[in-house]
Design a protein around this ligand. Structure first.
Ligand SMILES: [Zn+2]
Ligand SMILES: [Zn+2]
Length: 359
């Protein structure tokens, strides 16, 4: 099959032939329909995070099950699925306490001696985040997928595989935004636009979207923002406090930077909550005025939508099918696998929303 491979010392992907191993007992072979380009792929491309190479990037995808392993009971060939990096063992403390999106298990990795899932003439090509979406086929552990209704268009379903679920889940399951509350969203890429939509669906009275790019703010308005702020033309926290007479009930950091994380706390009303959703590189810190926390302000994080994706994703599909979740509006372009480097270049330039590789 064709796959986009990241090699040592390189910052672009090469589309190459990669072999897929035989399906293991607890695995699914999926024919990829579409894969979204996520900002964390770009970070890995740039070496912000260290991963073994060569590897096939991509972790936001949907497709059709081609073959199931001998022990798989939850799927059959022909099922439409969304993949997710949050595999879960069902046995560890985190899984059993309802936080399977933080599962500590290593069950989804092949046992030693089993051979790699992806290889080139026997030499391992590493799987990225349990998925490796930028490939014509996905060989994944069965807990890296959820079945969805065949009414759902598979290209748009791919978006639910990471960004949409991360954003909606942060609103619904971590921040728990209530009707009438005020919300600000810092960063309006795929995750930020999903936070805006979550806030709209949850009934927020005011949704202030902040970004450097006008195109992203226009998209935010389209999907539910009531106010927009250009981050390069104002002091973000000050402007949010002014607009809301003292601050918002919820501020979401969706840009993945420590500067926006700091602004998220500074923009809160008394009793407000800042939720960090963007992927900030390990080791980075940001200052917090301790005095602000005394007035019941809180800072928290939210990983992969803060809910088991098998519970969450079918509900998000229903939100789309009932017209409340807007996905087409988040797509900048549909490209072929051969154009994947152009997609990342556009993402780097900052103007694109979500680019989809379609197979
Ligand atoms: Zn992602
Ligand atoms: Zn677990």
């Amino acid at each position: 099959m064709k796959a986009a491979v990241l090699r040592d010392g390189e910052k672009t992907l090469r589309v190459e032939d990669v072999d897929v191993d035989r399906v293991g007992p607890h695995e699914l072979l999926v024919q990829t329909s579409a894969a979204g380009l996520c900002h964390s792929d770009l970070n890995h491309l740039h070496g912000v995070f260290d991963i073994p190479r060569p590897s096939v990037l991509g972790h936001e995808s949907a497709g059709i099950v081609v073959e199931v392993g001998s022990e798989v009971v939850d799927f059959v060939a022909g099922d439409h699925v969304i993949t997710c990096l949050s595999t879960f063992c069902g046995r560890c403390e985190r899984c059993l306490s309802g936080s399977s999106y933080l599962c500590a298990g290593s069950h989804s990795v092949r046992p030693p001696g089993a051979g790699p899932r992806l290889h080139q003439s026997g030499d391992e090509v590493h799987q990225f985040l349990n998925v490796s979406s930028f490939a014509e086929r996905l060989l994944v552990h069965e807990t890296a997928a959820v079945r969805i209704t065949k009414d759902m268009p598979l290209d748009l379903a791919a978006l639910i595989g990471c960004g949409v679920t991360t954003g909606l889940g942060a609103v619904f399951h971590r921040a728990r935004v209530s009707p009438g509350e005020t919300v600000a969203v810092l960063g309006c890429g795929g995750i930020g636009l999903s936070v805006v939509q979550g806030a709209r669906i949850a009934g927020a009275s005011r949704i202030i979207a902040v970004d450097l790019q006008q195109e992203k703010l226009d998209a935010a308005t389209l999907v539910g923002a009531t106010d927009v702020l250009r981050a390069d033309r104002c002091d973000t926290a000050e402007a949010i406090r002014e607009l809301t007479d003292g601050g918002v009930d919820h501020c979401f950091e969706a840009a993945g930077s420590v500067a926006t994380a700091e602004a998220a706390v500074e923009s809160l009303a008394v009793g407000g909550t800042a939720t960090i959703v963007g992927l900030i590189p390990a080791g980075r810190t940001f200052p917090v005025q301790a005095r602000l926390l005394l007035d019941d302000r809180r800072v928290q994080g939210a990983m992969m939508g803060a809910r088991n994706f098998r519970l969450a994703m079918p509900k998000y599909v229903d939100l789309f099918l009932s017209g409340r979740l807007m996905l087409e509006e988040m797509v900048s372009s549909r490209i072929g696998l051969d154009s994947i480097n152009d997609g990342f270049a556009a993402m780097e330039a900052g103007g694109s929303l979500r680019d989809l590789v379609v197979f």
